[in-house]
Design a binder for this molecule. Structure first.
Ligand code: SAH
Ligand code: SF4
Length: 382
């Protein structure tokens, strides 16, 4: 293997077929090869015994399968596993496996760092280094799936769901994302159903539209605020794509997947976005648009540089009640893996910041809205 040979993890099945065609091979050979790599986790062409010797020889000189070096692995008491992968040049990204009774979810990173710079997100505070390639996105799933099968002594699939909720904004790395999603969905690879692969976005409106046309997987939108003034501050991308435009894009997305719904994620920040009035504003927003949706309230996972605190449980429940009583399905996310810093927004990897984000963040104004001295819902808090 030399550095100039092709990394086959970079290809979806069409890409691999095109590569094989250049080697003078038919498409069904690409399908066989794709299955060996993704379904069986084999990286060594010599072991792919049903491929002709001539093809294996050609592959040995033109291609390789490049896993990401594992820097570390941590296991939480709740079974959550977090891997840190080296992606070169001093950058490392994280992936997290979250086992549940009825599913196994892998949370996958799309970038080393993130350029959006959300105030409450530790990845955002690290700034941006670079986009991951398709192969680096797929390698997280490839490695985790085959590691877990061995680790758990399972022959059948372990990972049933993928969420693009690790480090990075997936829709700011669109061209690498889509072939990776196609590989996740392909029956000759991971065979995940469209609704079990979720792209989470802070709201890159034009790319939401493209994703709807190209690969309409489940869409989660990180809303976090019910009005533009607050969202501009928490999710700076809102200044470019304000809430009204974002909700219209969500509506258009559902035209590609009419029986689906949008999941709105809402990180509960103490004294910032967690009042009952905020919940009521959300109700008015989504009712106004008539969007088929549900809400996922995420208790904020604090980190020192944010200067923010988690909303008390009673306030989260009061917030959820306003939404539920308006007929909106609302869940409160269970925090998993926080003993190993694997919970939402705690993924920090190791990023060579090219954007000086932490300096800029430190200079930004912290908006904590004053709370009325004796607001009724808060009176119940411990
Ligand atoms: N960039 C994408 C996907 C990665 S973030 C996005 O923003 O949607 C995945 C989810 O974790 C998002 O909903 C994000 O808002 C949330 N999140 C980020 N930091 C968090 C924190 N400190 N506590 C709780 N949730 C957080
Ligand atoms: Fe980027 Fe998402 Fe973190 Fe915002 S919440 S900084 S978009 S990773």
């Amino acid at each position: 293997m030399t550095m100039t040979t092709a990394n086959l993890l970079e290809f979806d099945l069409d890409g691999l077929a095109a590569f094989c065609e250049k080697l003078g091979e038919k498409r069904f050979r690409a399908t066989q090869l794709f299955r060996w790599i993704h379904q069986r986790g084999v990286a060594d062409f010599a072991q792919m015994t049903d491929l002709a010797k001539s093809l294996r020889d050609k592959l040995a000189t033109t291609a390789h399968v490049a896993p990401l070096p594992v820097v570390s692995r941590h296991e939480s008491v709740d079974g959550t596993i977090k891997w840190l992968f080296d992606v070169g040049d001093g950058n490392a990204v994280e992936a997290v496996f979250i086992p549940e009774d009825d599913r196994g979810t892998l949370c996958v990173s799309s970038q080393a760092g993130c350029a959006v710079g959300c105030r409450f997100c530790s990845t955002g505070h690290q700034g941006f280094s670079r986009n991951l390639t398709t192969g680096e996105i797929v390698a997280q799933l490839w490695f985790a799936e085959h590691f877990l099968r061995k680790h758990l002594a399972r022959t059948e699939r372990v990972i049933s769901n993928v969420v693009m909720m690790g480090m990075g904004e997936p829709l700011q790395n669109y061209s690498a994302l889509v072939p990776a999603l196609r590989t996740m969905l392909d029956d000759n690879a991971y065979g995940l159903s469209r609704r079990r692969v979720t792209v989470s976005t802070s709201g890159v409106v034009p790319m939401i539209d493209r994703l709807g046309g190209d690969c309409p997987v489940a869409l989660a939108v990180s809303l976090h605020a019910p009005n533009d003034a607050l969202r501009d501050d928490l999710v700076p991308l809102n200044r470019k794509y304000p809430i009204a435009e974002l909700l219209e894009a969500c509506q258009r997305y559902l035209e590609h997947a009419p029986r689906d719904f949008i999941t709105f994620e809402y990180c509960m920040l103490d004294g910032v976005n967690d009042r009952p009035e905020h919940a009521q504003q959300l109700v008015d927003l989504v009712r106004g648009q008539g969007i088929s949706c549900k809400f996922n309230l995420i208790p904020f996972n604090p980190f020192p540089a944010s200067g923010l605190l988690r909303s008390p449980q009673a306030r989260v429940l009061a917030f959820a009640k306003v939404l539920s009583e308006a007929g909106i399905v609302t869940t409160v996310r269970k925090t998993r893996g926080d003993d190993i810093d694997a919970a939402c927004g705690q993924l920090a990897g190791d990023v060579k910041d090219r954007t000086r984000a932490s300096e800029r963040m430190a200079q930004r104004r912290i908006v904590i809205h004053p709370r009325p001295a004796r607001a009724a819902p808060d009176a119940q808090e411990p």
